[in-house]
Structure formats: C-alpha cells, structure tokens
Design a protein around this ligand. Sequence first.
Ligand code: XIL
Length: 312
Amino acid sequence: ADPLKVHAAARGKYFGDAVDNNEITDAQYRPLIASEFSQLTPGNAMKWDSTEPTQGQFSYTRGDEIVSLARANGQTVRGHTLVWHQQTPNWVQNLDATALRSALQNHITNVVNHYEGQLYAWDVVNEALNDDGTMRNSFWYAKLGSSYIADAFRAARAADPDVKLYINDYNTDGMGAKSNAMYTLVQSLLSQGVPIDGVGFQAHLAIQYGFPSQMQQNLQRFADLGLDVAITELDVRMQLPSDSTKLATQATYFKNVIDACLAVTRCVGITTWGYTDKYSWVPNTFPGEGAALLVDESFRQKPAYTAVHDAL
Ligand code: XIL
C-alpha cells in the first residue's frame, strides 16, 4: 500500500529492479516487481550471449519478455549491456581486430535498433576499468585499444537518437583511483564529442569492505560535467550467516546510497540488483557471502527495506 516507487517518484527519482526471465514467473515475486518498482533492468537477457549467441543470428525473445512486462507495469527499462568482457560468446572473442570492430558495430546497430523507442537508457560499455584505474586488458582493449569505447557510443547513438547512453562500472561509487580514472575517461570522451549521457555506478557493496568514501561528492563531480548519474546495480552483501548486527549495518549502507542519490539533482534513480535474496547473484559469485537485498528468500522485509523506505 506504500510502495518504494511512490516515495522515489515524490523525490523525482525512479526506483528499479534487475530481473531475469525465470524470476518474473514467480507468483510471489511478480506482483512485488509491479508494485514496488518503477524501472526494470534485465539481469541477463540483453547481454551479448543472449542477443547474438551466433554471429549474425539475433535473439530478442528474453529481452522482449522483460520489456513487455515493464510496459504492462508502466515501468521504464534500462538496457544492459552492449559491450562487456563477460557473457560475450567465444566467436566474438576469437575475431581479429578488423572483424571485431565490425562485429561490435553490427551488434550494437541491430540490438539498439530492435529496442529503439522502448528503452530509457543503455549501458553501452560495462566495466572497462581495472580497480587501479588502468584500462581493463579485456579482449576488447587488447585488440582495439580504448577506441572501442567511443566507437560503441557512436554506433549506439546512430541506431537510436533518443535513448540515454551510459558507461557503467563497479568500485567507482566513492572517491578513489578507479573513479578518478572514470572521471578522466568521461572527460576525454566528452572532449572528443562522443555521445554519452550518463555514468552508472553499480554499487555492489559489501559491509566487510566499508562504505565508499564521499559518494555524494563523487556523483556530483560527474553531474557537474553535464551528465546524468544513476545507481545501477545496488546490493550490499555480507559474510553468511547474517545476524542482526550485520543486517543493521547493511541497512545503513542502503540508506547512505539513497541519501547520496537524493542529494544530487542529476542522479536520476536507483536500481537494486534484484529484490529478494532468493534470486541474488551474490552467493554464486562470492562463495560464503549473500543476504544482499531488501527482502529475504521468503520475501520478508529486512531492516534494509525499512531503511530505504524511510530514506526515500
Ligand atoms: C550478473 C547476473 O546477475 C548473474 O545472473 C550472471 O550470472 C552474472 O552477471 N555486474 C554487472 C552485471 O554488470 O551484469 C552482473 O550480473 C553483476 C555484476
């Protein structure tokens, strides 16, 4: 009766959820996706291995399903993601530089064209940086150098003149070497006239690593470049088992992220990377860690839910 999305909207922000196709048929979850959230991100359905598993053969079924749910719910969609070093088929990774450059162009043209007019934003390039601020030596960078980033944005803009184009990364949430490098990269893209509209801050946080320093100031310096900013993949993991102390710390982390976004006019919204611990990616990726989301496996609201509700 008192959903998170309504509070967010009253503050001028969206509140979003990342969902996968297997989750949206969960009879307990599906109504909560509709009631609590005003934006959806497909957790996997628009990644390269889903959309172009074989060269030149595009598959939009899973992405379309999430877009159509969002439309039925009156929700916007952030497309995720066009260019990444993970979940990209081997056929792409094995191409030589010339063929890779055309595959990038062709992939973006097709996928962005397909979703033209249906998405609010695209994460065009995901996780291009290392934690020390150097360029990640992915197959993209190894074969094409940093030019693949500008090329990707230009191809996306050519295919859809209106969708917001984002660069997205993790461990850039607070001030530090990696966010400084992102700042320099984005400045350089802007100075070359590359069409970029926003910077996404994943905010995959962990209570054992502390809260990122000066998040609000960090978001603000990107906003001051004339860009939108967004919290795109928020979760706050902990070492299992959870207990009331850890859950209380987690709640303050969620609140602090909401507060940082609310304090920055150009912060357009917050997306949590899932809603229920039942479907979180964390236990599969960080063994021994979990309990990272707002409600538990049985959809019971955690202290973090109340903290977000009260902060919004
Ligand atoms: C994760 C998905 O949630 C998992 O289901 C999948 O197995 C791996 O990828 N950063 C990103 C997301 O940008 O795409 C990742 O999503 C989580 C980390």
